[in-house]
Ligand binder design. Structure first.
Ligand code: C5P
Length: 241
């Protein structure tokens, strides 16, 4: 059964915790990304864990292997249940990240290792002329990065729902897909434009049907009039898949 992760993209611990409280009992996973982590540091991870949430620390590490090793260790020690690196950092960086996760989890005697994902091509990217795509379609680049990430020992990749089925077919059903860019079509909209920065988007039901294991949802929940109701609606759509 796919799981819902709520992206707490806020600048203060107070705002993040207030939003988490609104969806407590509905969504078990919270995501702490760059905006919140840079403002508040690892204390926010501990605070959310103390409230009973599982926490995805989404800092997308990309650096020389030695620096990523240290960052992964610090991230695991902060209490993260899930963390990530950039797949485009290469196989050496990815292998070092896996080893660092394993070492830190062993030192902390964790019953379960935190899940380690690799970001493939950001869901805001679509245009093949972007340097990272170098004239290729996103799906081809995502699949290549997913295969390399699997070979390096990652638990899964961050990808759009549009790529999940192919990744599952080629990397195996146990290789996890974590999918942002989840959007609910607005029946009152007169155009198909999403009106925000996400480009490779999918509905919750389509992403789960394609094989996504975790759906990361920010604004459709955090900017809703009733975030808990929006989260419940997304869970209902996920269950339909
Ligand atoms: O508000 P929205 O639903 O677009 O939030 C998506 C979240 O997922 C954001 O926190 C964003 O940083 C994160 N994310 C993403 N695309 C990736 C990886 C992470 O949108 N490839």
């Amino acid at each position: 059964m796919a799981q819902l992760v709520v992206a707490l993209d806020f600048q203060t611990q107070a705002e993040a915790v207030a939003m988490a409280a609104k969806v407590q009992g509905v969504a078990p996973w919270m995501k702490v990304g760059l905006e919140l982590f840079v403002a508040e540091g690892p204390g926010i991870v501990r605070e959310l864990k103390a409230l009973g949430f599982k926490v995805f620390v989404d800092l997308k590490f990309l650096d020389i292997p030695n620096t990523v090793r240290g960052a992964v260790r610090s991230c695991v020690k902060s209490g993260a249940d899930m963390l990530n690196i950039h797949a485009c950092g290469g196989v050496d960086m990815a292998r070092v990240a896996v080893a660092a996760r394993d070492e830190a989890a062993a030192e902390m005697a964790l019953a379960a290792k935190p899940l380690l994902f690799a970001v493939t091509v950001l869901t805001s990217m679509m245009d093949p002329s972007l340097p990272v795509l170098n004239g290729r379609e996103p799906a081809a680049v995502v699949l290549e990065l997913a295969k390399a990430s699997r070979a390096a020992g990652l638990d899964g990749v961050v990808c759009s729902g549009q790529e999940a089925a192919r990744i599952k077919a080629e990397c195996g059903p146990d290789f996890l897909c974590l999918t942002p860019g989840i959007r609910i079509p607005d029946p009152s909209a007169t155009t198909s434009a999403q009106g925000d920065d996400q480009r490779r988007v999918m509905t919750p039901e389509a992403a789960v049907a394609a094989g996504s294991d975790y759906l990361v949802v920010g604004r459709p929940i955090t900017r809703a009039v009733d975030p808990a109701q929006s989260a419940r609606d997304i869970l209902r759509r996920m269950a339909q898949a």
